[in-house]
Ligand binder design. Structure first.
Ligand SMILES: C[S@@+](CC[C@H](N)C(=O)[O-])C[C@H]1O[C@@H](n2cnc3c(N)ncnc32)[C@H](O)[C@@H]1O
Length: 206
């Protein structure tokens, strides 16, 4: 197994936990389609390593992370596994409206002893606000993600969104309705993808 750059400096225990998570993900995917069948054979790189990149973009003082539309726990569970070793004060909330996926997420949290609570609800109903960091992967177009960000982040919080090749179009669309500052990071797992680090998000005043 190729660890990938985002996992080179982690302990054997953390790799064991990530492998345990991957095996649960593959086992449950048979029944509830947590990842696309076409990505099963490349799931380590495509999902685990891809999600681990997010951990390296957290600021060191982060204590409260919210991951929305977590699905099978990407990136939220992977980030929480890395945080268990490297950022033990980080507490995460994973928001997932599909009840079966929420059961899966709670199973992983229990088996791996992670500092994570799972909200089996729609993002729009979440009342825990004031997150330091908001993450989302494969959930919604950027303008929609920004509306979730203003709902859930503290004023100086940071959003980390993983986007594929449409990232430039999504950013320019979002500029119609939102003001924000953004930094783009390359993805280790997909040349065409970017990680969008966004802050100072406000509705645009026309
Ligand atoms: C395409 S999946 C992506 C899952 C995961 N983030 C990943 O990268 O594999 C989107 C997930 O978001 C959930 N979802 C979509 N809209 C939601 C909403 N409004 N509130 C909560 N969960 C939502 C869906 O149930 C689904 O599991």
């Amino acid at each position: 197994m190729e660890l990938g750059a985002p996992l080179r400096d982690v302990s054997r225990e953390t790799i064991d936990r990530l492998e345990h998570y991957q095996s649960l993900l593959l086992k449950w995917t048979d029944k509830i389609n947590l990842i696309a069948p076409s990505t099963i054979s490349t799931s380590w790189e495509r999902h685990v390593v891809d999600s681990a990149q997010i951990f390296h973009l957290l600021s060191s003082g982060s204590t409260k992370l919210t991951d929305i539309g977590s699905g099978g726990g990407l990136p939220g569970i992977v980030v929480a596994i890395l945080a268990k070793e490297k950022m033990p004060l980080l507490q995460s909330v994973l928001v997932e409206s599909d009840q079966r996926k929420a059961v899966f997420l709670r199973t992983v949290v229990r088996e791996l002893g992670l500092s994570v609570s799972v909200k089996a609800d729609r993002i729009e109903n979440v009342t825990e606000t004031g997150a330091d960091v908001l993450t989302a992967r494969a959930l919604a177009p950027l303008p929609k993600l920004l509306s979730y960000a203003v709902q859930l982040l503290k004023p100086d919080g940071i959003a980390l969104f993983q986007k594929g090749r449409t990232f430039e179009d999504e950013i320019s669309q979002a500029r119609d309705a939102w003001d924000f500052s953004i930094d783009l990071y390359p993805s280790h797992t997909d040349q065409e993808a970017r990680i969008l680090q966004i802050k100072d998000i406000r509705r645009a005043t026309k």
